[in-house]
Design a protein around this ligand. Structure first.
Ligand code: 5GP
Length: 180
């Protein structure tokens, strides 16, 4: 068991695996966007840890912006109805935008965000998600960059929380506590 916490279960993605995969994603993005300065758009709060490490693995000038969304529904299940709590500061028109997400589960949050950002006329829009939960998306979510595909259990760590805790764990592990 990682940490001495009965709420934490098996490690799904280790610190070493995260590090290696982010280095690969950074190289891929650096090649794909060579000669351009992509704008990384992070979805708060979950994506901040991943985005910080990913950005440092990209060998290009990058810019950052963040948005915060809240989805209606319980903490562990999304309803797909998304409200923008903090909007972007930067105008997306003509920009090469990479939307950085912590985890894609049903894909409803992502599909809302993609539509919303697309309407702001970026030159291009791609998605980079650290985790994708296998078999949960109804339609193919067209994810260009994915860190890991994970099994159906609820996870915490590396930016992902349970009631705001565990975001600072350097790995991703199964949440064995009760769902709120
Ligand atoms: P979707 O709209 O794809 O169903 O849900 C995406 C959002 O739900 C994520 O951005 C995240 O906030 C939350 N979420 C989904 N699965 C998990 C999980 O296993 N752990 C945590 N901490 N959040 C999750």
């Amino acid at each position: 068991m990682p940490l001495d916490d009965p709420n934490l279960g098996e490690i799904v993605v280790s610190q070493e695996q995260v590090k290696e995969r982010i280095a690969e994603l950074g190289r891929e993005i650096s090649d794909d966007y060579a000669g351009r300065a992509p704008l990384l758009v992070g979805v708060l709060k979950g994506a901040f840890v991943f985005m910080s490490d990913l950005a440092r693995a990209i060998d290009l000038p990058v810019e950052f912006d963040f948005m915060a969304v809240s989805s209606y529904g319980s903490a562990t299940k999304t309803s797909g109805v998304v409200r923008i709590v903090k909007d972007l500061d930067i105008d997306l028109a003509g920009r090469h935008v990479i939307l950085v997400e912590d985890i894609v589960d049903s894909g409803l949050t992502l599909s809302y965000l993609r539509k919303n950002l697309k309407a702001r006329n970026p030159a291009s829009l791609e998605v980079c998600a650290l985790l994708v939960r296998k078999g949960r998306q109804k339609r193919s979510p067209a994810l260009k960059y994915v860190g890991f595909s994970i099994p159906p259990a609820f996870v915490v760590g590396y930016g992902l929380d349970a009631a705001e805790r565990y975001r600072n764990l350097p790995y991703v592990c199964i949440w064995a506590g009760s769902e709120s």
